[in-house]
Design a protein around this ligand. Structure first.
Ligand SMILES: C[S@@+](CC[C@H](N)C(=O)[O-])C[C@H]1O[C@@H](n2cnc3c(N)ncnc32)[C@H](O)[C@@H]1O
Length: 289
């Protein structure tokens, strides 16, 4: 009595797959609207998880469709590979976060529920009348939450994935912020060069793979100075603070590019792998010269 509660997915796995197989199943299930996503470990085939998916459907009535997220990082649009396991064969749903609605298709666009705190943290920093550029906006999560909870003048929101762009357009309408959230389809560097140089007080870079190489474009989007939220993945060695590793990586890029930047705040957003962390750096940058 009084022991630790077994997570839902683990309990169901023990019931339907048996103790041995259950040991290899992740305990965490991600609920995105009425879709549940189970991560497939390298040691199992998605088909092994079908009885677990059926049990999840029975146990959680609001779940209508269960998908397996296959191992790997996903494509150029950061979309993971999925396999249908149980329930409706449908990958489109409506995901709710902070009272905003996001229509998405998990098989066509990136979405994680793990950035929810970060979306609101950044939204609260935005001051009335600010112009924001979101370089990697996805279906508009950061941008729409900023528009709903703060009073920006505009949130320029870029994505290169045509499906994400279309959902962003739809979601801006769905949340009645279509005059504030301004979607652009294309590569962030090109869109900034062609349309957004010197426009913004704040820039978001929520794509760790491109954050350092696209830093000069983020600075180009700023007026004279402003804040850039830089998201990085780092793999610190034992006893190293992930935030320090991220700050060092950013500073060496700033030196290389001749940028004048100072990080005012940093936090570990989440773990993304074994000893691998996503870190955000809220960095003040000025245009030199
Ligand atoms: C990690 S996701 C964005 C997450 C989103 N901001 C959120 O909070 O849910 C990264 C996005 O960047 C987009 N992307 C990838 N390369 C890009 C590029 N060169 N220019 C603009 N968008 C890009 C992908 O299509 C994807 O939607």
């Amino acid at each position: 009595m009084g022991g630790r509660r077994i997570p839902l997915l683990k309990r169901l796995a023990i019931e339907v797959l048996g103790e041995d197989l259950a040991k290899r199943v992740w305990s965490r299930v991600e609920f995105i609207g009425d879709i549940a996503v189970i991560k497939v470990p390298f040691s199992l085939s998605p088909k092994d998880l079908k009885p677990l998916a059926e049990a999840l459907l029975r146990e959680v009535p609001r779940v209508k469709s269960v998908w397996a997220a296959l191992p790997g990082v996903g494509d150029e649009y950061r979309v993971r590979n999925y396999m249908h396991l149980a329930g409706d064969v449908r990958s489109e749903t409506i995901y709710k976060e902070h009272g905003c609605l996001f229509k998405i298709d998990i098989a066509k666009v990136f979405l994680t529920t793990k950035l929810s705190y970060e979306h609101m943290r950044v939204a609260k920093l935005v001051k009335e009348g600010e112009v924001v550029t979101n370089m990697f906006a996805g279906v508009g999560t950061f941008s729409i939450i900023i528009a709903r909870y703060s009073k920006p003048r505009a949130v320029h929101s870029i994505d290169i994935n045509p499906a994400a762009y279309q959902y962003m357009v739809d979601n801006a309408l769905l949340n009645r912020v279509e005059g504030i959230v301004l979607p652009y389809l294309g590569d962030a560097a090109r869109v900034i060069d062609e349309k957004l140089v010197g426009t913004s007080d704040r820039v978001l870079m929520p794509l760790p793979d491109l954050a350092l190489s696209y830093l000069p474009y983020a600075v180009k989007a700023l007026r004279c100075r402003g804040v850039i939220h830089v998201y990085l993945h780092v793999k610190p060695s034992v006893n190293e603070d992930p935030r320090t590793v991220a700050e060092k990586a950013l500073y060496s890029k700033c030196v290389e590019y001749g940028l004048s930047c100072r990080t005012a705040y940093s936090r570990v957003v989440r773990m993304v792998g074994p000893r691998k962390y996503q870190v955000v750096l809220d960095t003040y940058c000025s245009k030199v010269g």
